[in-house]
Unconditional design. Structure first.
Length: 419
């Protein structure tokens, strides 16, 4: 019998393989980078990964906490000197902003294997091998949608779930950069609620109605480019050859509308599209490029809401939850996603692994899996608003939407259209 350390049925190896396959089967894994840690003279500093949409941090392992601060370095802004003007004494201090990220355990079990005869017909480690693909598929879909949910709601569902369900009870932080194509003003982007503030439910009823929301067009994408470059200041992602772009995920209907738009199809550059396909996020995807945006359809991650809704958080999930697309008939507003660099932070304390539960003197065996992680959108608040009773309000028994708080987000946005 082969019982070597490298045998494919070794449980630790199966756990590691499952973790790797589950993560790399998610679409968003192509956009992630691992933060590095420098340890100089006993001082631990974390360095963000370059050109990554999702910054991954594993320092929870050493620190033993359920929340930590993830640093993001601000760009230098002061002017330099000219000619022979003295450079001495003009040095600009490097500044950091910090994202508070949380983690929580998330578990999933496979249906029980019951009885010794069943175990005889399919030995337990073979059962693990058979269960792994099902668990990989479940975790890949679950993490994919957890990231999408984080883009809209600020934190992943294992963090926002109420304490009655063993979540952390973190309040929703509806995206501060949430705009819609305003049909009454030439489809120019207009903020839902107050610009650069998190949103409350009443903002949708006041702003997002059939009469106001325009369709996805090349014209409003050009206006969106102006908003991003002149005000929101979202940095672009780069391909290996240095070609910059914002990644835009849209509904299939919005994608079709753009394909029919005269401004868009006249300016399609197939050569540049080929260059962009070198980026992992775009490889093998149906994609078009227009005015700085690499646009791909995603019918599941991009969520819909109803017009004039009073329950946006419920609408985003739809009647079938986050793992299935919603009906366009009921939910007619496409909440398209724009992503730049450093849009999300991921904390990981314990990677995905197998667990095993025995009962009835070993006659019943259940195969489970668990990991301790959390996704957090990169919003930055004032010291007052980031307190435990405000933007990062914790330990709520049920899910809630936080109040409207001023937030700095220079890495992502939502753009709502109606096709």
């Amino acid at each position: 019998m082969d019982a070597s350390q490298t045998h494919k049925l070794n449980v630790a190896i199966l756990s590691r393989k499952m973790a790797e396959e589950a993560w790399y089967n998610t679409y968003f894994s192509r956009l992630a980078g691992q933060m590095t840690i420098n340890d100089a003279n006993g001082m631990r500093t974390r360095v963000p990964a370059p050109n990554a949409v999702i910054q991954m941090m594993r320092d929870f392992v050493q620190e033993g906490r359920d929340n930590m601060l993830m640093p993001m370095e601000l760009d230098l802004v002061a002017e330099g000197t000219y000619g022979d003007a003295w450079l001495k004494g003009t040095g600009e201090d490097l500044q950091l902003k910090y994202l508070q990220i949380y983690i929580n355990q998330h578990r999933k079990a496979v249906n029980k294997l019951s009885g010794k005869m069943a175990n005889q017909r399919l030995k337990i480690y073979n059962m693990m091998e058979r269960a792994k693909p099902a668990l990989v598929r479940w975790w890949a879909k679950t993490m994919n949608q957890a990231i999408a949910q984080t883009i809209y709601e600020g934190v992943s569902p294992n963090l926002s779930a109420g304490t009655n369900d063993e979540g952390l009870g973190l309040v929703y932080r509806m995206h501060p950069n949430w705009y819609f194509a305003n049909a009454t003003s030439g489809s120019t982007p207009t903020a839902i609620g107050t610009a650069k503030y998190t949103k409350i439910a009443a903002n949708w009823g006041a702003n997002v109605t059939d009469a106001l929301v325009g369709a996805m067009t090349g014209k409003n994408l050009m206006a969106l480019n102006e908003l991003i470059t002149g005000d929101l200041l979202i940095p672009q992602i780069l391909t290996e050859s240095g070609d910059p772009f914002w990644l835009m995920l849209v509904t299939p209907e919005a994608f079709t509308a753009l394909k029919k738009d005269a401004e868009v199809y006249r300016t399609q550059d197939s050569a540049f599209n080929t260059h962009l396909q070198k980026h992992p996020a775009l490889s093998g995807k149906q994609m078009m490029y227009f005015d700085g945006f690499a646009i791909i359809p995603d019918p599941i991650a991009v969520r819909r809401t109803a017009t004039a809704t009073t329950t946006p958080s419920e609408d985003l999930a739809g009647t079938d939850g986050w793992l299935k697309p919603q009906s366009k008939t009921t939910y007619s507003i496409s909440n398209n996603i724009v992503l730049g660099a450093n849009a999300l932070g991921m904390g990981l304390a314990d990677p995905l692994q197998f667990t095993e539960e025995k009962d009835d003197h070993g006659n019943v065996i259940e195969i489970g899996s668990n990991q301790i992680y959390g996704f957090n959108r990169c919003d930055f608040f004032s010291e007052t608003d980031s307190g435990s009773s405000y933007a990062f309000n914790k330990a709520n028994a049920t899910k809630t939407i936080s109040g409207a708080y001023a937030a700095v987000n220079q890495s992502s946005m939502i753009f709502s259209t109606e096709e």
